[in-house]
Design a binder for this molecule. Structure first.
Ligand code: IDP
Length: 144
């Protein structure tokens, strides 16, 4: 079912730093204002085990342990967003991984704290978008 949305959806996470600072509302406003449709949303928390699974591709990186600790440190908001070219357009909206390099007005430029605590996640490919959406949501929770 979700496979039909290939190329049209992306998975975003408002990370624990941004939730804790009260940025959920302004971030969601910005996303919707940029033309993305919210088709699934939940406030949730990652266990260390889930965070390890979600970021498995970074397992060998030096920052991995710290990233897992951070991502499981408090509530997050997971969102599936629908738009033509969702993955690419959303990466532009959030800005570079390191907020120091994120363009002015991007979400990371406005709301990130550091390279690690960079406020928001966006899928990096259409294939990963599908995989990540199914990591957080069941088909019953997605409203195409
Ligand atoms: P992305 O989130 O922009 O796709 P990735 O390279 O996939 O960036 O890294 C995943 C997450 O890991 C980043 O969003 C950030 O929270 C964290 N991260 C990436 N590089 C570093 C680093 O060098 N030090 C600490 N944390 C990092």
């Amino acid at each position: 079912m979700i496979d039909h949305m290939f190329g049209k959806i992306t998975l975003s996470i408002i990370k624990p730093d941004a939730v804790q600072k009260g940025y959920v509302s302004p971030i969601l406003y910005k996303i919707v204002h940029a033309g993305f449709h919210i088709i699934a949303i939940k406030i949730t928390e990652l266990s260390k085990k889930s965070a390890t699974k979600f970021y498995a591709e970074h397992k060998k990186k030096l920052f991995f342990e710290s990233l897992v600790k951070f991502m499981s440190s408090g509530p997050i908001v997971s969102v599936i967003l629908k738009k033509e070219n969702a993955v690419k357009d959303f990466r532009i909206l959030i800005g570079e991984t390191n907020p120091v390099h994120a363009k002015k007005g991007t979400i990371r430029n406005l709301y990130a704290t550091s390279l690690e605590k960079n406020a928001i996640h966006g899928s990096d490919s259409n294939q990963n978008a599908i995989k990540e959406c199914l990591f957080y949501f069941s088909n019953r929770e997605i409203f195409f």
